[in-house]
Design a protein around this ligand. Structure first.
Ligand SMILES: *[C@@H]1O[C@H](CO)[C@@H](O)[C@H](O)[C@H]1NC(C)=O
Ligand SMILES: *[C@@H]1O[C@H](CO)[C@@H](O)[C@H](O)[C@H]1NC(C)=O
Ligand SMILES: *[C@@H]1O[C@H](CO)[C@@H](O)[C@H](O)[C@H]1NC(C)=O
Ligand SMILES: *[C@@H]1O[C@H](CO)[C@@H](O)[C@H](O)[C@H]1NC(C)=O
Length: 364
């Protein structure tokens, strides 16, 4: 099951995940008519004041920005705790780290979970596999104590990879999925849902602030929203749920979600508008013109979210400038965009799981 949002969402790495998003127009179509949309909006009244802004039980967890490509944070698993660097990923719903049993080359270059050294480890014989665009892995489900800062989930189901294919050169040990649980498929309960059910987080909300350029400063926060990370008001976008194949289908995990992906025709227009010329998989512009290029404005739920050229022009390893716009390889029946890190560095994002909506505001 995928969550098609009105808006694009997130992905933290080139190789990982995405939530295909839908714009409001799409939702109107889906609901056949504006009145139904209004009804939906009314059934999900903005509970903003009820989101804990007081920080009573707000957990703010630091993330490290790896070359503006992905953002990793530390978690621990087991008793005594073993530390892992994971991508906090809104596009998938499973937590996994490499197992000490995994012999693949990518496992041996990362921290592997030594289950025999954990007194709280509990095995199962359930196996699973996940296919991301840039790699796939298979493994077994196990249970143990997982900690994200002060948040503790005991007997948390998670995956231990036994074999990995692809993923060469990745800079993280595992992935912590924050997406909705897949309902059509018996998957272990995701850590966010378990923390929520246990009452460990006061509000079913998490939010991201992604820093620009600097390694430090990025955070993911759980249980509420810290005002200091954004300016002005949060604007809310309702989510639409659409039945579709579960995660693990090849069409879910295509690459490029650190970029902005959209329908080919519209992305072509943007490349033409910026004078970008294709070379390999990228469209390049001269770095000297960046300051003359226009902003690209996404209008979501009637609110404009400009993305200036300084944000959507990226530099490759040789210092050449290319645009962050990519044609979305996965075809969906309606036009949708995946707004990756390029967008999320500009806009602080709040995932309100209690009200099935995403909040956006200008990041500080
Ligand atoms: C994660 O842990 C490593 C080693 O313990 C540390 O160097 C790094 O700064 C930590 N990362 C974050 C984001 O706190
Ligand atoms: C990894 O290698 C060891 C030793 O060669 C072997 O016993 C083990 O079964 C292998 N694990 C997997 C998952 O293939
Ligand atoms: C593994 O699966 C078998 C058959 O389904 C079951 O009888 C057994 O209890 C399971 N073992 C564990 C540790 O879950
Ligand atoms: C915050 O956490 C404490 C201790 O875990 C708990 O007693 C309290 O009810 C929580 N507050 C809210 C608003 O959830």
């Amino acid at each position: 099951m995928k969550w098609l949002v009105l808006l694009g969402l997130v992905v933290f790495t080139e190789c990982i995940v995405k939530i295909p998003l839908r714009r409001v127009k799409t939702m109107r179509k889906t609901l056949s008519g504006k009145n139904m949309l209004n009804n939906v909006l009314m059934e999900h009244p903005y509970r903003l004041p009820q989101i804990s802004f007081h920080g009573s039980n707000l957990t703010i967890h630091p993330l490290r920005n790896i070359r503006d490509t992905f953002y990793v944070g530390n978690i621990t698993i087991g008793t005594p705790p073993q530390e892992f660097q994971v991508v906090f990923d809104t596009g998938s719903a499973v937590l996994w780290v490499p197992s000490v049993f995994c012999n693949s080359s990518t496992c041996s270059t990362h921290v592997r979970f030594r289950h025999h050294q954990s007194s709280t480890f509990r095995p199962t014989n359930k196996t699973f596999w996940i296919n991301y665009g840039a790699g796939r892995m298979k493994g077994v489900v196990a249970h143990d104590t997982v900690r994200i800062g002060d948040l503790v989930s005991t007997d948390q189901p998670f995956g231990l990879s036994m074999a990995e294919y692809g993923f060469e050169g990745r800079r993280f040990d595992g992935i912590l999925g924050l997406n909705y649980p897949k309902q059509s498929y018996s998957r272990p309960i995701p850590i966010f849902d378990k923390l929520k059910n246990q009452g460990a987080i006061s509000e079913p909300v998490f939010a991201f602030y992604l820093s620009k350029d600097e390694q430090e400063g990025s955070v993911v926060m759980f249980g509420g929203v810290d005002h200091r990370y954004y300016k002005g008001e949060l604007n809310w976008v309702p989510l639409v749920r659409v039945a579709s194949p579960y995660e693990g289908q090849p069409n879910h995990g295509d690459t490029g979600s650190s970029h902005i992906q959209g329908p080919g025709r519209l992305v072509d227009n943007i490349q033409k508008l910026t004078g970008a010329k294709p070379r390999g998989s990228k469209h390049y512009v001269s770095c000297s013109v960046v300051n003359t290029l226009p902003s690209i404005v996404f209008t979501i739920n009637g609110i404009n979210y400009p993305v200036p050229a300084q944000a959507y022009i990226l530099k490759d390893s040789r210092g050449r400038c290319y645009t962050a716009f990519r044609e979305k390889r996965v075809r969906t029946s309606t036009e949708s965009w995946v707004l990756g890190d390029v967008f999320l560095r500009l806009y602080f994002s709040v995932f309100d799981r209690g009200n099935d909506r995403i909040g956006l505001a200008l990041a500080v």
